[in-house]
Write a protein that binds this ligand. Structure first.
Ligand code: SF4
Length: 309
């Protein structure tokens, strides 16, 4: 067997492994948060970025084997940004055989007209986009709106809110939209961005760049992203542990008196959630805590070949 053939075999092995992992993570999040129910019509928001392509692929794959029956309809909002390659998504979706709708709304011109030169355009732009997507979901009779945010987006949001907003607030895997009319789900909530990046590279999705509007990326988010990436390199497993912490909240050991009734505590209350050992030395596991709360952490399935980073 030639070197090339061996590599192809190894690539295939790694691709299958990665695809299974992403599918398993997506299925687990859907189950844990009851994201999809029998008869759902899910509007899958497709921007043309790596996350939304991966989400659509995972949902399509799960749709074929799920015990419940649900419909998918991919929706792309063409905001008329200069240079937007209109043909890419229709061609891709037709090749997949997924029903889709392209919504054409020139929010780009509105934003350019309303926002003074040099000011950030993202907040008006995303407000307009949100309204259009809600309206589209209603027109399509969608019961759920699926967004492609992943685990790292959720962690970044948590840190953004802690650092800049004074809140311990992340990004929920499932929520009711701000207008109270739609259930929004994030099926990639358990998927690592690094896995999505690798998968995107292997699949060679026809990525549409996200900077066509000419706007600068959110600098604060960029700083947090770099901080998390740096931690991930220097302390493997830390990201996984922090995400586990988001699923393991102990209100009695924080300081939000609206979440926990501190006022009623008296000596008859007994030790709550292990009491307090503030005078003792912390006895923390030497390796990061895994998702099931034990310290036996699996640092992730290493893909030796086709490593993106
Ligand atoms: S980066 Fe551009 S397209 Fe994205 S929200 Fe900001 S203004 Fe809108």
């Amino acid at each position: 067997m030639t070197q090339n053939q061996e590599l192809t075999k190894a690539q295939k092995y790694n691709f299958d492994k990665l695809q299974k992992k992403l599918r398993r993570n997506t299925g687990q999040a859907i189950a844990d948060f009851n994201m999809i129910e029998d008869g759902d019509r899910i509007m899958v928001c497709l921007s043309g970025g790596k996350d939304s392509y991966t989400m659509l692929e995972m949902l399509s794959s799960l749709q074929r084997s799920a015990p419940v029956s649900f419909e998918l309809i991919a929706v792309n909002l063409d905001q008329k940004q200069p240079g937007f390659p209109e043909h890419i998504l229709p061609e891709y979706l037709e090749s997949l055989g997924v029903p889709y709708k392209i919504v054409n709304e020139d929010t780009y011109s509105i934003v350019k007209e309303k926002v003074p030169e040099g000011k950030t355009t993202c907040s008006l732009c995303s407000r307009l986009r949100r309204g259009i997507l809600y309206r589209t979901a209603k027109e399509l009779g969608a019961t759920k709106i699926a967004l492609g945010h992943h685990r790292d987006d959720m962690l970044e949001t948590l840190f953004l809110n802690m650092f800049y907003g004074g809140k311990m607030k992340g990004m929920p895997p499932k929520l009711v939209s701000d207008n109270g009319e739609h259930v929004v789900i994030r099926p990639l909530a358990y998927c690592r961005e690094k896995d999505i990046e690798r998968y995107t590279e292997m699949k060679a999705f026809p990525i549409i760049p996200c900077n066509l509007c000419g706007s600068q990326p959110n600098l604060q988010r960029q700083v947090i992203k770099e901080m998390l990436r740096d931690w991930d390199k220097r302390y493997p497993g830390r990201i996984e542990t922090m995400f586990t912490a988001m699923q393991n909240v102990v209100p009695s050991h924080l300081a939000d008196f609206s979440l926990f009734d501190f006022k009623s505590i008296d000596k008859d209350s007994g030790a709550i959630n292990g009491g307090d050992i503030a005078f003792d030395k912390e006895d923390l596991p030497s390796s990061p805590v895994s998702g099931d709360g034990t310290s036996e952490f699996d640092p992730g399935e290493k893909l030796d070949i086709l490593q993106v980073n």
